[in-house]
Design a protein around this ligand. Structure first.
Ligand code: PHE
Ligand code: ZN
Length: 878
């Protein structure tokens, strides 16, 4: 980057001057020099009043342009101009055919945007702006065209040739080459284009849609991985069925392909009928994947499939509208998982994610609205805010309209906009029109950044049998938004009587800064269960007494709020002890004692949860996990990573010691001799047992470390092995080295699995972790060119090991910045994502503020810094 990148504003949106109705592409595939010929059927856009003689602009980057031909007349080089952004020429008429020939080099494409090579296969990634690295094109989502794609390649190394839509022709060519022609009848934006060519194995199944269409389902993987596709295929079939049942949406082609690749910037991509996945989210068998991997595979396969309607059939007008497809599709996949598994457990996981990733974003220098107003690099806006907070916004619409009203709105949205590129306003309008609703205030959630803070106060009038709940809301300023308006949100409230049952269960609508809600016929002073199910994505500031939290933990009819009460109690306790730790000079145990009896009361409540056989095991496992170090550091200013780590560890030890017998029982009762099955019930049992093992080891009674080592050796599935290894990982026990060595030997050739091994070591709380991470950089299985490797070793160090990353001497930051600088030349998109942890400096003490800002300065001083990394680093330092 030679000059400051320019900022793109939402308010500057203009329709395209020229559109492309039809594209014909011919690829001559070669790793070093691939030739791309395109024929574009271009038309002036009547809405823009353009025509003959006007300038046509086509995006294009990092390609060699060989020729431009307009209506069969080849242009002289003086008849067009090319710069770093694209190609310009004059329109020969209102409608014309442009033929463009380019050359690109897939093998040298380390950014993994456009056409690149992963292992032995060619593949593409075009969202958001990768198509412009393949050929010159109006690479914006409001230009929708039909595609006909011819792929020529070497037959021996690329027997499989895939693109979007239907295969209409194929055959052999001279010189050991062959070809395939694909045609996609549905007009689509360029970001949904895909091509894959390689020597891949294929697993096949089929699905009959509700109107009787037979759809062939194929998953392509590297040879040898055919036995790891069952769960992804099963998830795909269940997603197709669910979308028919719940949304009335049916698949629209006869073929649906999924390809798993090892090198991928993100999780997966919804290209029309040719989803491309990070192999991590496809490959699973019991001895290589954990229950968490299975869960992620199920939800991501569903997410990409659901995009066929929410994203592809109806797409985004411009990238500011990204949440139109992503927020909606995340909400859809969350609900799918809730229906497939346990609804409350799913909600707990989703909220924990939101709090761990989105709330910090919304409270930091990178805060932006669900529908951003500006960006330098759109790749930087695939964020927790656009995805997860966007999903919360859709969920609130669902809550406000009810399931039937929501479905009416969805039906109208798809009827009205099928085949179009639309906006978040269009979505909200369909919801309103179908229900005669007014979302004018609710829509502020699209434009206003920041997490609202709610406080509530209850007043009971025994004579009138009335309970008055007063709620106030406020949102702190965020960058560029000093003043905030009140938001509209549903708040689900329960009022519990002394026997624990609901006296009242109701959802109220908060619209004002301060609002009173009166509940009549309340016969006794109730305990309040506030924001049940996390009906609004807010921080609730009101503290309830310990005794009420214990009561809610044991009685709340809303399982989410049972969990929430426990988390609140644990957070309060640990925050108290962290303050004590800082005052007493570093003794976590006496800091816990100084908080007095509440520790015992808390442990008793945890015990009641552990022993309550009415609660499902997955829920109990979640409820027994203490809030994490990252979450705690969000709650304290300045955050002291050492204090947080030591206090949490000491509390875990206390719990482990106090409930030793209970955890030992739980551990032994929840073993299983049955063959591994990935279903939610079996997974819940394993999760509870893993939690028990974790606490047994936390007790620091030596025999339990032996038990963990034993579990690693005898387990017949990856979930149990990882459970054992993740507790051993922090210890000085000989079982740790043995287990790690065994793991490395078994999975040396298995990239997806070896990533777990890298991440574990990066997250170890041992003192030698940074040195070990540095060593692992030269491990034969590691490369900076593979995003999964980078995330497993480098990313996990920053995010999963706050204590080492934030080491007082700055060694963690120094190491990290070197990696960012190195990575920026290879893959700017991934480098920019990894930069975010450095932006959290405002949470820390003065020394760390200095070190973290200096680290960001060093990033910004990098010569030729990418636009991606520049945007994140410069905004983070402000
Ligand atoms: N659109 C993808 C999804 O959410 C994410 C993605 C974005 C993948 C950009 C690659 C590049 O499913
Ligand atoms: Zn998506």
């Amino acid at each position: 980057m030679s000059e400051q990148p320019h900022v793109i504003h939402r308010k500057d949106y203009k329709e395209p001057d020229f559109i492309v109705e039809k594209v014909e592409l011919v690829f001559d595939l070669d790793r070093d020099i691939t030739n791309v010929k395109s024929r574009l059927f271009v038309a002036a856009n009547p809405a823009r009043g353009t025509g003959k003689g006007d300038e046509v602009f086509l995006h294009g980057e990092d390609m060699k342009l060989l020729s431009v031909t307009l209506d069969d007349a080849r242009l002289a080089s003086s008849d067009f101009t090319v710069d770093a952004e694209g190609l310009r020429f004059v329109a020969p008429g209102e409608n014309f055919i442009a033929e463009i020939e380019t050359q690109i080099s897939p093998a040298n494409n380390t950014r993994l945007e456009g056409l690149y090579v992963s292992q032995s296969a060619f593949c593409t990634q075009c969202e958001a702006e990768g198509f412009r690295r393949i050929t010159y094109f109006p690479d914006r989502p409001d230009v929708m065209a039909t595609y006909k794609v011819t792929i020529n390649a070497d037959k021996a190394s690329c027997p499989v040739l895939l693109s979007n839509g239907n295969l209409i022709d194929s055959g052999d060519l001279e010189g050991g080459r062959h070809f395939a022609v694909w045609e996609d009848p549905f007009p689509k934006p360029s970001y949904l284009f895909a091509l894959v060519a390689g020597d891949l194995a294929c697993v096949e199944d089929s699905f009959k849609t509700r109107s009787g269409r037979d759809v062939a389902l194929r998953i392509f993987v590297e040879h040898g991985n055919e036995d790891r596709c069952d769960y992804a295929m099963d998830s795909l079939i269940r997603s197709m069925k669910w979308d028919e049942d719940v949304y009335g949406l049916e698949y629209d082609l006869d073929l649906f392909n999924i390809v798993a690749v090892s090198d991928f910037n993100m999780g997966a991509m919804e290209n029309k009928s040719l989803n491309i996945f990070n192999a991590k989210y496809i490959l699973a068998k019991p001895d290589t994947a954990t229950d968490m991997d299975y869960e992620l595979i199920e939800s991501i396969v569903a997410h990409e499939y659901f995009h066929n309607w929410s994203g592809n059939r109806v797409t985004c007008r411009d990238w500011f509208q990204l949440s139109l497809k992503e927020g909606l599709t995340v909400f859809r996949d969350q609900e799918f998982s809730a229906d497939q598994r346990s609804r409350p457990v799913q909600r707990i996981k989703d909220v924990a994610q939101l709090r761990a990733r989105q709330f910090p974003e919304d409270g930091g220098p990178l805060a932006h609205p669900v529908r951003p107003d500006s960006y330098m690099e759109i790749n930087n806006f695939y964020t927790a805010t656009v995805y997860e907070k966007g999903a919360e916004l859709i969920r609130m619409m669902h809550t406000l309209l009810g399931a039937d009203g929501y479905r009416k709105g969805i039906d109208l949205y798809f009827d009205r906009h099928d085949g179009q590129a639309v906006t978040c306003d269009d979505f909200a309008k369909a919801m309103e029109d179908a229900n005669d609703a007014d979302f004018s205030q609710l829509k502020r959630w699209y434009s206003q950044a920041g997490t609202p803070e709610l406080t509530w106060q209850g007043d009971y009038d025994a004579d009138a049998k009335q309970f008055t709940l007063t709620i106030t809301q406020k949102t702190d300023p965020t960058p560029g938004q000093p003043d905030k308006l009140p938001l509209h949100m549903p708040i689900a409230v329960g009022l519990l009587g002394a026997d624990g049952s609901d006296l009242v269960a109701k959802t109220v609508e908060l619209i004002q800064d301060r609002q009173e809600f009166v509940f009549d016929g309340v016969g006794q002073k109730p305990v309040v269960s506030f924001n049940r199910g996390f009906s609004a994505p807010v921080n609730v500031m009101t503290d309830q007494p310990d005794a009420e939290l214990v009561f809610l933990m044991g009685n709340d009819a809303d399982a989410f709020n049972r969990w929430e009460a426990g988390q609140k109690y644990a957070t309060r306790l640990m925050l108290g002890a962290i303050a004590g730790f800082e005052e007493n000079g570093g003794d976590a145990d006496s800091a816990l004692d100084a908080t007095g009896e509440s520790v015992d009361a808390f442990i008793a409540a945890m015990r009641a949860t552990l022993l309550n056989n009415d609660l499902d095991k997955a829920f109990r496992a979640d409820a027994l996990v203490l809030p994490g170090e990252e979450f705690l550091s969000e709650q304290r200013k300045p955050a002291n990573p050492e204090a947080i780590h030591q206090v949490r560890k000491a509390l875990r030890k206390r719990i482990g010691l106090a409930l030793l017998a209970d955890f030992a029982n739980c551990y032994h009762q929840n073993g299983s001799n049955a063959a591994f099955a990935p279903d939610a019930t079996s997974a819940g049992q394993r999760a509870l047992r893993a939690t028990a093992l974790g606490y047994l080891v936390a007790s620091e009674k030596g025999e339990y470390a032996d038990l963990a080592a034993e579990q690693y050796r005898t387990a017949d599935n990856m979930t149990d092995q990882m459970a054992a290894l993740s507790v051993l990982n922090h210890l000085d026990h000989p079982g740790r080295a043995d287990a790690l060595a065994d793991f490395e030997a078994r999975f040396a050739k298995d990239g997806v699995v070896l990533d777990k091994w890298f991440a574990l070591q990066a997250m170890s709380s041992r003192d030698d972790t940074l040195a070990r991470v540095k060593d692992l950089m030269s491990h034969p299985g590691f490369t900076m060119r593979n995003p999964n490797k980078v995330r497993s070793l480098i990313g996990a160090f920053a995010v999963g090991n706050p204590r080492a990353f934030h080491a007082k001497d700055g060694s963690g930051y120094a190491f990290y910045v070197d990696r960012l600088i190195e990575l920026d030349d290879i893959n700017p998109q991934v480098a920019a994502r990894l930069c975010a942890p450095l932006g959290k400096w405002a949470k820390y003490d003065a020394d760390r503020v200095g070190l973290m800002k200096a680290a960001l300065e060093r990033v910004l001083a990098k010569p030729e810094i990418s636009r991606d990394l520049y945007e994140i680093a410069s905004k983070s330092i402000a």
